[in-house]
Design a protein around this ligand. Sequence first.
Ligand code: FAD
Length: 391
Amino acid sequence: MDYELTNEQKGLQEDMAKFCQGEIAPRARLLDEGPKDKVGEIIRENLKKLTKVNYLGLGLDIHYGGKGLDLVSQCIAHEELAKACASTFLSAWSSAYMFGAMLNLFGADEQKDRYLPGVVKADIIGALAYTEPDAGVDIAGIKTIAEKKGDKWVINGTKDLVTNAPIADVFLVLAYTDKDAGSETGMALFIVDKDTKGLSIGSPIETMGLRGASIAGISLKDCEVSDDSILGGESGKGFDQLERILEIGRIGMATISIGIGMACMDKATQYAKDRRAFGRQIGKFQEIGFKLADMFTYNDLGRMLTYRAAWGFEQGEKEAGILASCAKLFASEATTNIANWALQVFAGHGYVKGTDIERLYRDARFCEIGGGTSEIQRSIIAKDVLDKFMS
Ligand SMILES: Cc1cc2nc3c(=O)[nH]c(=O)nc-3n(C[C@H](O)[C@H](O)[C@H](O)COP(=O)(O)OP(=O)(O)OC[C@H]3O[C@@H](n4cnc5c(N)ncnc54)[C@H](O)[C@@H]3O)c2cc1C
């Protein structure tokens, strides 16, 4: 088994770390504290900055300006960005690795030609909208409906908690096209441009963490789109397409956890060296040193599981989806613990609003929710275990 990164991967890690710490990290607090009507502009600037390292194109087809890198290399880059600013990661992720990757995987050539070069250059910001006020993890429970009228589709429904909604140029919207057929064959993802009549964007939603990522609900009222707006051109495939991207996306959701975990580690370790009590560095007290040891162990295990799953996808392993659930589950819960321990190292000075550790603690809590909750990951893994061992 070879755990060594290739020279290219080491180079990518170095370049991303240098770039993200130099250009993205210094703005993380500004994004967290900035007024909601301003953060969209800052995020747009950050996405534009990321084009200097072609971050938005790392996983996309080279034909459209991407780099087409393998998933392990993508993980390396994601971790560095999430470590520098988790809000910027979430926004870039939603545009390039949710919206963009969907088009890359399932889009018709004209759809890719129209959007992907713009996504790679941050001239186009994409969003993926499937959650609704009354349907989150239960994707089949959505109420949004698209009805065929002549050569058009008319969409009605409401979407909630959509990352990038206030700044997005285009949305992928999940809707039923045939409710009687059920979710597996009765759904489609529609590409809906932001200025389409009938589409309106709600006010930015205030969130506990990841406050720099612009999030809002959207409403579709008799929203008319053409037949060729269906992702891949064929209705009935939306559920499978979404499930597939969410499955691979668990890798990305695991890397945001690891990135936040690393940032917590860096800050807590430095503080443990600098802060003194009873005439000694606090890191020299076993109680603090053991926290650092647990933080490192949890984060490294999360990373190993994540890279293992990413590698599995690259090899076409059947198990890769389950491994991605294991990675997402473990890394996200590890990060909740890591952020908690890191805050304890800072104690009262970490509890103060406006400190980095306070922001990281709030950001970390998202990881167990987004991209499939911990409960859903456990259900997926448990089903697989039962199928394997109880047949
Ligand atoms: C910062 C942020 C960004 C987001 N960005 C997007 C986005 O870009 N696009 C988008 O569409 N959505 C987005 N979401 C929404 C996110 O995908 C949902 O919050 C998530 O899927 C959970 O859905 P819910 O919040 O409605 O919880 P619910 O589905 O209401 O679940 C509530 C609780 O019940 C549990 N539960 C429900 N059913 C079961 C079951 N069968 N077994 C065990 N437990 C169960 C859940 O795990 C959870 O703990 C975002 C959310 C946040 C916080």
